[in-house]
Design a protein around this ligand. Sequence first.
Ligand SMILES: Cc1cc2nc3c(=O)[nH]c(=O)nc-3n(C[C@H](O)[C@H](O)[C@H](O)COP(=O)(O)OP(=O)(O)OC[C@H]3O[C@@H](n4cnc5c(N)ncnc54)[C@H](O)[C@@H]3O)c2cc1C
Ligand SMILES: *[C@@H]1O[C@H](CO)[C@@H](O)[C@H](O)[C@H]1NC(C)=O
Ligand SMILES: *[C@@H]1O[C@H](CO)[C@@H](O)[C@H](O)[C@H]1NC(C)=O
Ligand SMILES: *[C@@H]1O[C@H](CO)[C@@H](O)[C@H](O)[C@H]1NC(C)=O
Ligand SMILES: *[C@@H]1O[C@H](CO)[C@@H](O)[C@H](O)[C@H]1NC(C)=O
Length: 491
Amino acid sequence: MSWVLLLGAMLPAIAAAKCGNVCETLELALPGLVTFPNTTLYALENSYWSARQSEARPSCFVTPRSAKDVATAMQVLVSKNAPFTVKSGGHTAFEGGSNIDQGVTVDLLYLTDISVSTDRQTVSVGAGNRWVQVSEVLDPLGLAVVGGRASTVGVSGLILGGGISYFSGRRGWACDNVRNFEVVTVTGAIVNASPDSNQDLYWALRGGGGSNFGIVTRFDLVSFEQGDLWASSLVYPGAMNQTLIPILQDLIVNGLPADPGAHTYFVMAYVPTFGGFIVLSDQFHDNPVDSVPEIFKPFHEIPVVLANNTRHANVSQLSRDIAGDSGLRQTWAATSVLATSAQLLLDFVPLYEAHVARLLAAAGQSLVIPYFIYQPISVNILQAMQVNGGNALGISPEDGPLVIVQLSVSWVDASLDDVVLSSRDRLLAEVNALAEERGLKKGFVYMNYAGENQDVQGSYGPANAARLREIAQKWDPRGKLKNLWKGYFKV
Ligand SMILES: Cc1cc2nc3c(=O)[nH]c(=O)nc-3n(C[C@H](O)[C@H](O)[C@H](O)COP(=O)(O)OP(=O)(O)OC[C@H]3O[C@@H](n4cnc5c(N)ncnc54)[C@H](O)[C@@H]3O)c2cc1C
Ligand SMILES: *[C@@H]1O[C@H](CO)[C@@H](O)[C@H](O)[C@H]1NC(C)=O
Ligand SMILES: *[C@@H]1O[C@H](CO)[C@@H](O)[C@H](O)[C@H]1NC(C)=O
Ligand SMILES: *[C@@H]1O[C@H](CO)[C@@H](O)[C@H](O)[C@H]1NC(C)=O
Ligand SMILES: *[C@@H]1O[C@H](CO)[C@@H](O)[C@H](O)[C@H]1NC(C)=O
């Protein structure tokens, strides 16, 4: 059925709706697919990775079973001017990222179709899947996609903001490997966005975020032949950071471009159970060789490890290993700098240590875990991002190599929220100021790691920010999504 017919079928329900509240109207239009407060289902749908998100109390959840249901929900929400948001995997850290107090949360949890094309080149993935659901289908087939690294993360948020993957060295980020998006626009139309149709929307959805443009219902992803990976997680005492950071920096500038099958990230953390600071180097290679790949040998020549988990594993297993628990309070923030100076990356460490000292002083006995993370955007990744006209992120090979500097804090006690967030902001400002002073600030803010107060699309550069705004205005001329879809990064 076309969307025009669908709209016709919907009109009586929409008219009737004007009198009742929006959740009752949704229940009329989508019988049995609305979840009201104080039910078991409501408690289940109101679970999120970050406790800050579960504290919102939506008036109801609506749980569409198909793109047509999503279109119906969109029409009701827009016609009633009802504030809403959309949840896929619910892994946004901040409150209101994909949940809403006294509004409607469209929970895509039932959009879990996954189908592999007969030529094995494309996997179509419903927008409510978590990454492990995708890899559990693909691993046994010897296939993979450029997707998330942690099992429980949702496909939608990760792709729409960019998407760093084990396979990014050869293929760019997840958004660069979408053949087609199926999207429900503000009118309730179901459209495709691909290199052949609605090219403007196709460009915007590759990094511009979903909430400005529409609700994606299906992603058609490039798939490729892939067996197990080689992986190594090395945990060192924090005191090794001065030795390890220069190894990482050399790897970003020289190692990764020479070996695009390799992938890595680098984490500093204050972990009470380890008795203080630790450094984690997580390493992956898409070729499951028998010994440590040449590129990672410099790390393995530093034998002072607290833990060494070196193995071959499928994507499902790896993604479970790094997923972590849900239910803590969480905040993230991010910036990016040129990776050309090891000294800069070394000089950030005392700034991070001061942040940790501030948090520990405030927290007393209450649990708080502050992380400081370096994630490479090496030149080979930037080159791979240029396919299909490039994505919306505004970073090119000439800008690189870059490293994302990511701050993250997990904690328990809500009374610490203000201290945590202000300390986070101070550290971010200090990191940016130091990079600026050295002429090494890039400023690209990765949406999927950004804090709620950061200007994400502005960081893509004025031309890309303006183009995103124009595309949003073209598809949503009355600014309904801008005003009604609350709580994320708006153009
Ligand atoms: C443990 C963990 C591991 C992570 N690992 C990685 C990683 O390996 N690589 C990486 O790049 N990032 C990673 N991230 C960051 C992750 O990409 C973001 O948190 C992302 O937003 C999560 O997507 P989600 O669907 O779970 O989030 P949600 O909170 O459900 O959604 C995020 C935003 O997208 C909107 N949205 C959701 N579904 C749709 C849709 N179908 N159409 C339009 N808009 C929609 C929501 O309204 C919200 O604004 C990780 C995060 C966590 C917590
Ligand atoms: C849900 O239950 C709580 C207490 O159990 C009550 O205060 C609240 O009014 C109820 N909400 C609704 C919408 O029924
Ligand atoms: C992945 O590997 C694990 C461990 O070897 C195995 O138990 C599991 O069945 C594999 N998963 C899939 C989906 O192939
Ligand atoms: C970094 O290394 C120095 C020197 O060994 C050490 O004093 C400091 O505590 C370390 N910092 C972190 C965050 O591990
Ligand atoms: C970690 O273990 C692997 C496999 O046993 C080994 O090859 C490597 O040298 C070890 N690395 C370190 C730093 O101990």
